[in-house]
Ligand binder design. Structure first.
Ligand SMILES: Cc1cc2nc3c(=O)[nH]c(=O)nc-3n(C[C@H](O)[C@H](O)[C@H](O)COP(=O)(O)OP(=O)(O)OC[C@H]3O[C@@H](n4cnc5c(N)ncnc54)[C@H](O)[C@@H]3O)c2cc1C
Length: 219
């Protein structure tokens, strides 16, 4: 038998989880369906990890210009794996925060890929299993995704989406970054860390963008 709710929300990004909390606070029995990680793109692959990376870039920039602050910082460098690890941990903390918020606000979390099958009905595919839900109201908050250009698919090597940009490796060849709206900081943080086309540049003669945001970076 299907579980019944006043409201089922498909997608747990900022659009979904905030609505879930508010609806529950207003007395509705609420479930939220998520196929990946609670918090959606913003918390896991967008706003939050980019800001963590940009903060590293900012501190690195300050350290490189320490003298102008009357400070000394010799042999300033970076460890890309640790930079990325910090960003992933910050995203992880917020993901855990949303889990906590769902629990605190008595929102039922249903993990899996949801499909609206009929008016007031949803199926949630969880591997081999399918869970049926019924709802008086449904909110579709499934967000947006990067879309491949037919002639140039994002392969994580030469062409990246924002997801690739969040977890880069030092040996890339970043030729063309392209992505969908919003045109964001995802691609500006490595530029700030001065990347060359094939390897990370650790010297001052590396390639650098001064623009804080770049819509398409050809390096
Ligand atoms: C790199 C980057 C940086 C950004 N920086 C900022 C910023 O600084 N400030 C800002 O305001 N915005 C920023 N954004 C935009 C922000 O991430 C989005 O506006 C926001 O995430 C949209 O929220 P949403 O809830 O509509 O969708 P999403 O966050 O995309 O969430 C949708 C959720 O639905 C889930 N889902 C989709 N289909 C299904 C299904 N069938 N079943 C179950 N679950 C499903 C997805 O897994 C996802 O978790 C950034 C985006 C990117 C890519």
């Amino acid at each position: 038998m299907a579980d019944t709710f006043d409201l089922v929300i498909l997608g747990s990004g900022p659009g979904g989880y905030v609505a879930a909390i508010r609806a529950s606070q207003l007395g509705l029995k609420v479930a939220i369906v998520e196929r990946e990680r609670l918090g959606g793109i913003c918390l896991n692959w967008g706003c939050i990890p980019t800001k963590a990376l940009l903060r590293t870039s900012e501190i690195y920039h300050y350290m490189q210009n320490a003298e102008s602050y009357g400070l000394k910082a010799d042999n300033v460098g970076f460890d890309l794996a640790k930079v990325v690890d910090r960003s992933r941990k910050v995203a992880g903390q917020l993901n855990a925060g949303v889990k906590g918020l769902m629990k605190k606000n008595k929102v039922t979390v249903v993990e899996g890929v949801g499909t609206v099958t009929a008016k007031g009905k949803l199926s949630v595919k969880q591997g081999d299993k399918t869970v049926e839900l019924e709802a008086k109201n449904i909110i579709v908050a499934t967000g947006a995704r990067a879309r491949d250009l037919p002639f140039a698919k994002a392969d994580g090597e030469r062409i990246w989406t924002y997801r690739h940009a969040m977890v880069p490796t030092p040996s890339w060849m970043a030729t063309l970054f392209f992505f969908i709206s919003p045109l964001t900081p995802a691609f500006s943080w490595p530029a700030t860390l001065r990347l060359r086309s094939t390897t990370l540049a650790r010297s001052n003669d590396g390639f650098s963008f001064d623009r804080p945001y770049c819509a398409a970076c050809i390096m």
